[in-house]
Design a protein around this ligand. Sequence first.
Ligand SMILES: Cc1ncc(COP(=O)(O)O)c(C=O)c1O
Length: 435
Amino acid sequence: MVKLAINGGEPVAKDLVNLVPRWPVFDEDDVRAVVEAIRGGRWCRLYQGSYAERFETEFAKYHDAKYGIAVANGTVSLELALKTIGVGLNLGDEVIVPAYTFIATASAVTEVGAIPIFADVDPQTGNIDPRSVEKLINERTRAIIAVHFGGYPADMDELTRIAKRHGVYLIEDAAHAHGSEWRGRKVGAIGDMGSFSFQESKSLTAGEGGIVLTNSDELADRARLIHNIGRVIGQPGYIHYILSSNYRLSEIQAALLLSRLRKLPSEVKVKHENGKLLADMIKRTGVVEPTRPDDRVTTRGYYYFVMLYRQEELNGIPKEVFIEALRAEGVPVGVSYGPPLYRQPAFKRENLAKSVPRYILERMPNYEELNLPGAEEFARRELVLPHYLLLAPREALELVVAAIEKIKEHADELQPLVSKLKVSDTTIDVTYHRM
Ligand SMILES: Cc1ncc(COP(=O)(O)O)c(C=O)c1O
C-alpha cells in the first residue's frame, strides 16, 4: 500500500537528489581561473587591468549597464549605492523598502544612518507594491529600493514613474535577479543604481561578492571613490578625497566570477524555460500556484522558484506540515525568509536601541505596530524551491509534481500529524546535498 514518506512510505522523489546539480556548480575552467589568479601574484585589485576591472566591464555589459563597481558582498553593495546617492547625509532621511525581503535591504538603510520605511508587497509575487510606495513618499524620502523577489522583476514601469514624479532615486536590489529582464532589458540599471550579491547560494557566485551597476557617469565615479576608501583607482599614493570605507572585491573572487559569468547566460536560459514548464505543471496540481505571469517579464533569472500554497485545497493542512511532507518525499522545498521584516526581533524597539543612534531611533516609526496585508498573505502562502533545481532535466520537475500529487491524494494521512509534528526550520533546505 502506498504511504506518504513522512509516515514511513517510499519517497516518490528520492532520485531528485541525484538529478539536481549540487550547488555551487563549477568546472575545470573555474578551477584554472582561480589558480591563474593565485599564481599571478596580484590578489588585490589596485593595478591596471585587474580581474575586478574586467569582471565589472563584463557583468555590466551582460546586464545592459554602463558601469559596474565590484564589492565584497551584496549587503555592502546596497550600502554603497545608498551612500553614492547621498542617503544618510541629512538627519531623518527615509528610504522605502519592501516589507518582505532579506533583511539586508532594510539594514543597509540603517547602516548608512537613514530610516527604512516598509511598503507592502504584491501577495502574488512578493514584489514591492507601487501603490503602497506612493502613499509613503514625503519630503524626507530619498530613495525607493525595489527587490526583484526570487528573480521576478518588480514593476519597473510604475516604480520609475513614481520615482521621477517625486524626484527620488530608485535602487534595484537585484540580489536574486541575475539575468532577469523587464521588457527585454536586463534589470539592475533600469533604476538609478542596482545591487547584486554573489554569495554562495546565488545564481552567480564566488562564495561572497557583490556589484553595483549604474548608467550614470557621475554616480559611477562617486561609487568608485567611496568603495576605495576615498582614493581614485589608478592614482598613486595616499590621497583620500572623502572619508569612506573599503568595499573592494578580492582578485581571486573576481577571477572566479569572470569565469563563472561565461556560463551564466546559458544557465539563465535553461532556468527560464524550466521555470515556465514547472509553473504550468504545478498549476495543474491545484495545491500550489506559481507567481502571477506578466508579459513584461521577458526573462526570469531565478533565485527562488516561488509557489503559493492553497491550504484550502489540502483540507486545511498547515503549510509547515505540507513542507515537512514534501521534504520527506525528497523535494528541497522551504520558505524564503519567514515573517515580514517588521516582525523580526531586530525591529523591536529594545533591539533597535542597541543598533541605531538615539537621534535616529527617535524619528523611526513603531515597526512593531505594522501589519501589511500583502506581506502577511505572501508570508503565509509562499513556498520556494532553489534555482538550481531548474538546471535539472525535465524528469526532475516531474518528480516534484509527482510528490505534490502524492501528498494531495493522501492528504488524510497528514491530519493526525497537524497537532503532533514538531516543525524545526522551514527556511529553504541548504543541506539538500550534504545530508
Ligand atoms: C534581497 C537580498 N538583498 C541583499 C542580500 C545581501 O547579499 P549578501 O549575502 O551578499 O550580503 C541578499 C542575500 O541573500 C538578498 O537576498
